[in-house]
Write a protein that binds this ligand. Structure first.
Ligand code: FAD
Length: 408
């Protein structure tokens, strides 16, 4: 492999940033990842990272991207995944209705977000072309001068970092996107939906026999949904036999849940079976201690600037989580970008002449924005539509009839 000579900086050490670092390093780039938070692999960081959700669903879109960039990463990242072959709808009387995702038994997989991110960080750290900088918060970027300012939050010092290529994988509130807006004519749209979410833990069940392993309280191979029209509860399985439940509800609904008595009464009315499994004390503990978070949808275009910068993942297209595709699309962004760089003969082993535009890189990034935008907007819109489907439509007689027909 030729020696790396061309330098890419990745802002954000989330799953998308790490996968992109690995992809560029495979193409002989010298890569540096700048991550504002501490290293999540360190014992001192465990439990302190502000996680958006504990687990998430990964589908063939994300798995294909992992396989394409780092084939041996897939087994590693999916070792703790639990397959979900369909939805399980819970009505208010506790009656269950299983709705398979696919006639041939294909599944999406419930995966621990922290394990996925740590695995990708570990793979990046092992790569001699990639350097990782934690506690490094990017504060501004001069794309034309190809230089960015970074604050080392541990030492409270600033430093300037030069680059050839800047990748913004710094999530929904991306500084790279904001800096790009100053130099490109970026169309931008941001929507907060009226709903918020809160995570709740459903414990593992007792072993079947004394001294045996704990058990799942619900069928582990389903994504469980309690659709209640204007709000809903969902549950995804974890390998330790627990479920992570997420309550999605309008802010006004959350506001009414103002005392332990009201919360328990509300759960008894709307989610009696889930309350039985979670337990009243655990439910009240999570309500008191877990954050209530908002949900944002972001659309932007273009994703790139000249031959030297691009935004990927949530930095480019934050979407509401109801289609389970936000991260899957982010991982796919990396695969698509890597393919376009390869097909335009761009790699890290040759440095373009100083002061000149790299025409091949420009072509690749233009093609990236042009070909990627429509797909991302479509998936983002489907994600918005799927909220109505998950909390309401799945309970309607017309939907149930159509689904039964599909699976017959
Ligand atoms: P992030 O994971 O947000 O990583 C960005 C990183 O950049 C962070 O580590 C941050 O610290 C760092 N950073 C930010 N600013 C700076 C800076 N100035 N300098 C340096 N570093 C910086 N997606 C799915 O595919 N399936 C699901 O089932 C699913 N479920 C979800 C459930 C919920 C409740 C939510 C909210 C989202 C869900 N998603 C799901 C979406 C998924 O979480 C995101 O799409 C994914 O995390 C985006 O990854 P990312 O690497 O682009 O960004």
């Amino acid at each position: 492999m030729p020696l790396p000579t061309r330098k890419a900086i990745i802002i954000g050490g989330g799953p998308v940033g790490c996968l992109c670092a690995i992809a560029l390093s495979n193409m002989s780039w010298e890569v540096e990842i700048y991550e504002a938070r501490p290293d999540m692999r360190l014992p001192s960081s465990k439990g302190t990272a502000q996680q958006r959700s504990i687990n998430l669903a990964i589908s063939s879109r994300g798995i294909l991207a992992l396989q394409a960039i780092q084939p041996d990463a897939t087994d590693r990242c999916l070792r703790a995944a639990v397959p979900m072959r369909g939805r399980m709808i819970h009505d208010t009387t506790g009656k269950l209705n299983s709705q398979p995702y696919d006639r041939n038994g294909q599944s999406i997989k419930s995966i621990d977000r922290a394990i996925l991110n740590e695995d990708l960080l570990e793979l990046a750290a092992k790569n001699s072309n990639i350097k990782l900088f934690f506690n490094h918060k990017v504060t501004s970027i001069d794309f034309d001068g190809r230089i960015m300012q970074v604050e080392d939050t541990a030492t409270k010092t600033q430093k300037a970092v030069a680059f050839h290529f800047c990748v913004g994988a710094d999530g929904s509130y991306s500084i790279v996107r904001r800096q790009l807006m100053r130099v490109t004519r970026m169309d931008y749209e941001q929507t907060y939906i009226p709903h918020e979410y809160l995570e709740l833990r459903m414990p593992a069940g007792p072993p079947l026999s004394p001294g045996g392993d704990p058990t799942f309280l619900l069928d582990p191979n389903h994504l469980h949904i309690w659709p209640r029209h204007s709000f809903m509860l969902i549950a995804l399985p974890n390998q330790d036999k627990t479920f992570t439940c997420t309550l999605f509800a309008p802010s006004a609904e959350f506001e009414q849940l103002s005392s332990p008595e009201v919360i328990i009464r509300w759960f008894k009315t709307h989610f009696p079976d889930a309350l039985g499994y979670i337990g009243e004390d655990a439910l009240l503990y999570d309500f008191k201690n877990n954050p209530r978070s908002s949900l944002i949808s972001i659309k932007a275009k273009p994703y790139h600037y000249k031959d030297r910068a691009v935004i990927l993942g949530d930095a480019a297209h934050s979407m509401v989580p109801f289609f389970g595709q936000g991260l899957n699309c982010g991982l796919e962004d990396v695969r698509v970008l890597a393919c376009l760089l390869l097909s335009n003969n761009v790699n890290g082993s040759s440095v373009p002449p100083e002061g000149e535009l790299d025409e091949d890189m420009l072509k690749a990034l233009n093609a990236y924005t042009d070909t990627r935008h429509e797909d991302l907007i479509t998936i983002s819109d489907l994600a918005m539509d799927n909220y109505t489907e998950m909390r309401h439509s799945v309970t309607t007689p017309a939907y149930l009839f159509r689904k039964a027909l599909d699976n017959s």
